[in-house]
Ligand binder design. Structure first.
Ligand code: FE2
Ligand code: FE2
Length: 203
């Protein structure tokens, strides 16, 4: 199989995918740094959460590439070149990148791998493409909350906001400007149901 992979378009696509995932990871870590700097700690956490997943995608691809062996290969691909400082724009740019991976790049790579007879690789491309769609939805959701002014505001006076620094929960339509327990700014808050390991009604 490895010899066959060496001659294939799929090997080139695996390398493009590895490069794309590696860059996505770095872009999201840089976005997380920027969000943290601007005290949007919850958004920073979203970028780090997603960056780790991109790293794992790169690892899956590197496993297939390692089985094929060898020489350096030239690849070409289009990668986003914008690094906005505005957090809403960062989220929108991330959602756009995910859209092209989910809708075009991975479905194409999966189709070619299937045509070339690499069923397992085709399945991984397809499944990772589906993951990118969940990334797109998540980034778009938070970009939408920001653009509508609802990132830190709710229609409900019963909304539960958790402080991602100390765990304090505030109930109301808006979290306090600073946490009454640990003092961190509002951007550390997220709806409790959207925080890790919390379930509505659990506490
Ligand atoms: Fe990915
Ligand atoms: Fe992604």
């Amino acid at each position: 199989m490895s010899e066959q992979l060496e001659q294939s378009q799929t090997l080139n696509n695996l390398m493009r995918a590895f490069a794309g995932e590696s860059m996505a990871q770095t872009r999201y870590l840089l976005a997380a740094d920027e969000a943290q700097k601007q005290n949007y700690a919850a958004i920073a956490r979203l970028f780090r959460f997603t960056a780790e997943q991109e790293r794992q995608h790169a690892k899956v691809f590197s496993g297939f590439i390692a089985g094929a062996a060898g020489e350096n290969t030239d690849i070409t691909a289009g990668f986003p070149s914008e690094f906005p400082a505005d957090i809403q724009q960062l989220l929108e740019a991330a959602a756009n990148g995910e859209r092209s991976e989910a809708d075009i790049v991975y479905p194409d790579f999966a189709r070619i791998a299937r045509e070339e007879g690499f069923t397992d690789i085709a399945d991984r491309f397809a499944m990772i493409g589906q993951i990118e769609e969940t990334h797109r939805k998540r980034f778009a959701y938070y970009a939408g909350l920001m653009s509508s002014g609802m990132l830190l505001r709710s229609e409900s006076t019963e909304e539960r906001w958790i402080c991602l620094n100390c765990g304090h929960i505030h109930t109301g339509s808006e979290p306090p400007k600073n946490c009454p327990v640990c003092g961190v700014p509002q951007g550390w808050r997220v709806r409790e149901a959207e925080a890790d390991f919390t379930f509505s009604g659990l506490v």
